[in-house]
Design a protein around this ligand. Sequence first.
Ligand SMILES: *[C@@H]1O[C@H](CO)[C@@H](O)[C@H](O)[C@H]1NC(C)=O
Ligand SMILES: *[C@@H]1O[C@H](CO)[C@@H](O)[C@H](O)[C@H]1NC(C)=O
Ligand SMILES: *[C@@H]1O[C@H](CO)[C@@H](O)[C@H](O)[C@H]1NC(C)=O
Ligand SMILES: *[C@@H]1O[C@H](CO)[C@@H](O)[C@H](O)[C@H]1NC(C)=O
Ligand SMILES: *[C@@H]1O[C@H](CO)[C@@H](O)[C@H](O)[C@H]1NC(C)=O
Ligand SMILES: *[C@@H]1O[C@H](CO)[C@@H](O)[C@H](O)[C@H]1NC(C)=O
Ligand SMILES: *[C@@H]1O[C@H](CO)[C@@H](O)[C@H](O)[C@H]1NC(C)=O
Ligand SMILES: *[C@@H]1O[C@H](CO)[C@@H](O)[C@H](O)[C@H]1NC(C)=O
Length: 256
Amino acid sequence: MMFRFSLLFSLLAHCLNAQNIINGQIFTPGIAIVDAPQPNTPLGGDTLQVALDVSSDGQLQLPPYPANPVSAINNITIYLSSYTTGKNFTISNGTAGAGNASLGAIMQQEPGSTVKHVNWVWPDCLVGDGDPTGSNSSRGVYNISIRQNFRLNGTDQYTIFDLPIHVTNNIPKEGIRPSCDALDNPLIDEEALVASANNFTRIAGTAIQTGGTGEGLGKPKPDAQPKDGLGGAGAVDWRTGIYCAWLAVFVFMLTL
Ligand SMILES: *[C@@H]1O[C@H](CO)[C@@H](O)[C@H](O)[C@H]1NC(C)=O
Ligand SMILES: *[C@@H]1O[C@H](CO)[C@@H](O)[C@H](O)[C@H]1NC(C)=O
Ligand SMILES: *[C@@H]1O[C@H](CO)[C@@H](O)[C@H](O)[C@H]1NC(C)=O
Ligand SMILES: *[C@@H]1O[C@H](CO)[C@@H](O)[C@H](O)[C@H]1NC(C)=O
Ligand SMILES: *[C@@H]1O[C@H](CO)[C@@H](O)[C@H](O)[C@H]1NC(C)=O
Ligand SMILES: *[C@@H]1O[C@H](CO)[C@@H](O)[C@H](O)[C@H]1NC(C)=O
Ligand SMILES: *[C@@H]1O[C@H](CO)[C@@H](O)[C@H](O)[C@H]1NC(C)=O
Ligand SMILES: *[C@@H]1O[C@H](CO)[C@@H](O)[C@H](O)[C@H]1NC(C)=O
């Protein structure tokens, strides 16, 4: 019995890291908070819209940051990728493409705003309505893959956060749609991606140290050393969330 309990509790402890949505705000493994869209939402329309609070609800100032900041977001890149459809489109790699087919630096847009509204025109192969039809459709399940290069409490981090969505609503043919081929990138396997990112979980609500040149850390530290410790990508498996919810119910019943 005790063994079963400790096993379940260790599984549950793992689950707590798995997802962190508070009042509709998704706390990424990083500084940014996703205000929209919610996971597994069916999306369509003219553009894909993502709202990112890069101040973490006002905890961190906007750029320009002080010299040698203790915490900062260096940059954010975003891709729309799917192992199911085999596509990996650039939403923003920091350099705007012709006609903003891919977007410029996210952190530099809307300079006075803590929420960056990413507004990306769906490329041509996603035009359609409803579920994918046939095996060569590019519509269907995707991740909005949000990559943050940031510094938190004096430690440099790089994390990947995959937010699942369904590209199944109507995307009209009208308007100028960028070519999918021009935005597509090779897919990298999941294991390599996990190994390329830091294993970091931000506990929602915890403070962020701000200021420059080591302020808040006691003595200034020789920094600019990206921390080693390559670990897992901060990806969220939303199925895990459901599994964890059931696990919690089960644990609760055992305690009755
Ligand atoms: C979304 O990302 C997760 C890892 O973060 C991966 O397991 C899953 O297969 C991806 N989904 C798609 C549709 O590629
Ligand atoms: C993002 O920031 C990191 C760390 O400063 C840097 O190495 C990388 O080149 C930057 N990437 C982009 C796309 O700006
Ligand atoms: C691209 O986006 C930037 C930033 O939102 C904007 O200033 C610029 O006018 C846009 N360029 C085009 C060609 O739409
Ligand atoms: C799928 O691709 C094949 C080969 O490229 C093509 O012959 C076929 O018409 C395509 N089907 C659809 C529904 O686009
Ligand atoms: C950014 O993405 C666009 C579209 O995929 C690509 O053409 C361009 O080479 C990329 N730039 C960099 C610096 O990776
Ligand atoms: C998508 O392409 C970008 C740019 O090459 C790469 O950094 C990213 O890891 C790729 N995503 C996946 C899921 O392979
Ligand atoms: C950052 O520092 C604050 C204040 O010391 C602390 O409460 C918080 O847990 C730290 N965050 C991380 C990720 O270490
Ligand atoms: C990530 O860190 C957590 C706790 O710090 C640990 O339990 C987990 O095994 C790590 N994951 C990987 C892939 O290293």
